[in-house]
Design a protein around this ligand. Structure first.
Ligand code: ADP
Ligand code: MG
Length: 591
């Protein structure tokens, strides 16, 4: 066949393959147009998961009737005009492809009127061909109705996902834009039923409930931070509300929902040592940057972007999230169980300690997607930081003086605190204490203890390769290790904090850990290494402690920056509030 230039129609259908992958993409593109037109009200109507009807009606700027035919052509846009414009895009659209693409694979009606015109215009397009154009009376704004999507591309129809998955994706797009534009009133009607409506009063938390469910939305912690031209805002889940995948991390850049592994990872990393490996937080993060620092022109659906100062943005996101977590991380509370009539119904899981106290959300939720600690309360108890106004008052966050009562089962410390009873897991608590001491020490001057006799330790070839890589970090932490012949090392000194452990055993098990760890440790090698050492070095459960040791541990824990979890993310303490005790003893009416 000879080379020919494709007719516009065919070119549009090819482009449609990229821009309009599925019904949800139509909803997305049309909403973006409405938002770009400064609409205050957007109504979305969907029938049969978008295969039959997708209609988006707005009260925005409208399209001048003289331009409406043009608007449906490829590469026709009012949003960018020069190459220069491409470098600071502040609209959601800019490619001038959506309307043309959608029109080429459906039967489309557009009705629109601008504020300055008395009558509006109505255009009918079928498979990309204009069928009719009329002037008609219409309210200000634009309504785009898309019917019989993909009717002329049967191959595409065949590959559509199930109606259910399409509906859920449509709902997700709508809620995301509603979150990013809380000042706009969204109404979503599906198969004749109103599914979703926002008030447009600017309250993001209200919309958050639609995206994540009321229960979780209530628990989400506010995030706010950033530096200079980078602003970071949004919500993240507290450390005891986790998921088994990262799909609930929603990122927006300049109010555009995007997919960016790097930014999502920055959020996840902020939870480092606070949640279990393999669990993921939920988050809605808005990053705002000068438009010239973002390249949106990377992907036809605009779902991916390029950031000019990637690392800086990641850092700011991480810092903002971390700040929020430190400010709001609550002590796990206790679920209702002693002697209540449903006690026997509560299966005893590894997360329960037999008293019906659930202390580890991640253990009993394996089968559930979202884990919420049964006992979780919205209010952080220690330090009274329950509300946003207190965010950042770090001094208040740490436990106030806990009064030691004693040790139970040679494993738990019991203490009285500001509002009731605290049970402290001595091993987890000690891990946290050691972790923070070691991390802090490495930046200050290390207290090192020279060993009277150097300890000789021998590794296999492979092990010694592994340890070779970690030597600088180990040295930085205060281990004096020196090579002594092939695969053999001399340990001459250790950090003082670790002076009471079997050092050979500790280093050995570290090496074993390196072997198992195929994952790239990224920027956290050191922290993970420290966490491992601490695990080995911490007092074990079942180990009786003297009164002095108990006091010491409690006091050390109080002075930690994140006293509420061990470096692996398990809680160090659980709390039985006075209120709960009163309820359990029947002094107060049950809720
Ligand atoms: P883009 O959004 O990339 O500019 P589209 O094909 O989505 O491309 O839309 C083409 C043009 O039609 C837009 O630039 C805009 O001028 C106009 N338009 C589309 N939808 C609307 C709307 N809802 N309100 C006002 N103008 C619209
Ligand atoms: Mg558009």
């Amino acid at each position: 066949m000879p080379i020919v230039k494709l007719p516009d129609e065919v070119a549009s259908q090819i482009a449609a393959g990229e821009v309009v992958e599925r019904p949800a993409s139509v909803v997305k593109e049309l909403m973006e147009n409405s938002l770009d037109a400064a609409s205050q009200n957007i109504k979305i109507i969907v029938e049969q998961a978008g295969r039959k009807v997708i209609e988006v009606a707005d009260d925005g700027d409208g399209i001048p009737s003289s331009e409406i035919v043009l608007a449906l052509e490829r590469h026709a846009t009012s949003k960018v005009h020069t190459t220069e414009d491409l470098f600071h895009i502040n609209t959601l659209g800019f490619r001038g492809e959506a309307l043309a693409s959608i029109a080429s694979v459906s039967r489309m009606t557009v009705i629109s009127r601008t504020a300055s015109e008395d009558t509006g215009a109505k255009i009918l397009v079928d498979g990309g061909k204009v069928i009719s154009f009329d002037r008609i009376g219409s309210p200000k704004g634009t309504t785009v109705r898309v019917e019989s999507l993909f009717y002329n591309v049967p191959a595409r129809l065949k590959f559509l996902k199930s109606e259910r998955s399409e509906r859920s994706l449509i709902a997700e797009f709508i809620t995301k834009y509603a979150l990013a534009y809380p000042e706009v009133r969204f109404t979503y009607v599906m198969d004749g039923k109103e599914k979703f409506r926002t008030s447009g009063n600017g309250d993001q938390r209200e919309v958050l409930a639609a995206l994540l469910g009321v229960d979780i939305a209530k628990k989400m912690l506010p995030v706010s931070g950033g530096d200079g031209s980078i602003q970071v805002n949004g919500f993240v889940s507290p450390i005891d509300v986790t998921k088994s995948n990262r799909r609930s991390i929603h990122i927006f850049v300049n109010r555009r929902p995007i997919q960016d592994v790097g930014l999502a990872t920055a959020v996840i990393n902020a939870y480092h040592t606070m949640i279990m490996v393999g669990r993921y937080p939920m988050a809605v993060i808005f990053v705002d940057l000068p438009p010239e620092d973002v390249d949106v022109n990377v992907h036809p659906t605009k779902a991916e972007i390029r950031l000019k100062e990637k690392d800086k943005v990641f850092r700011e996101v991480g810092r903002a999230v971390r700040k929020s977590l430190l400010a709001f991380t609550p002590v796990p509370g206790v679920s209702l169980s002693f002697g209540q009539k449903d006690t026997h119904n509560i299966p005893r899981s590894p997360g329960e300690n037999g008293m019906g106290i659930r202390n580890e959300s991640y253990l009993d939720e394996a089968s559930k997607d979202v884990g919420i600690q049964g006992a979780q309360t919205a209010q952080p108890r220690l330090g009274n930081v329950g509300d946003e106004s207190k965010q950042g008052e770090f001094d208040q966050l740490h436990p106030r003086i806990l009064r030691l009562i004693g040790q139970v089962a040679s494993s738990y410390l019991v203490a009285e605190g500001p509002d009731g009873l605290y049970l402290i897991d001595q091993h987890a608590a000690h891990e946290r204490v050691l972790f923070e001491k070691l991390t802090k020490q490495k930046s200050n001057k290390l207290a090192i203890q020279k060993l009277l006799e150097p300890v000789v330790i021998e590794f296999s070839h492979q092990e010694s390769e592994l340890i070779q890589d970690q030597l600088p970090i180990l040295r930085g932490l205060g281990f004096e290790l020196e090579e002594f012949g092939r695969n053999t090392y001399l340990i001459r000194a250790i950090p003082v904090i670790l002076s009471n452990i079997d050092i050979k055993q500790a280093i050995r098990s570290l090496v074993e850990d390196f072997e198992e760890d195929e994952s790239g440790l990224d920027g956290y090698v050191e922290e993970r290494l420290i966490a491992r050492i601490c695990k080995k070095a911490a007092v074990k459960a079942g180990q009786p402690l003297t009164k002095e040791e108990q006091e010491r541990l409690l006091k050390d824990l109080e002075s930690c920056q994140s006293p509420r979890t061990c470096p692996h993310g398990r809680p160090t303490m659980i709390h039985l509030s006075v209120n709960l005790l009163e309820r359990q003893f029947g002094r107060k009416g049950a809720r």
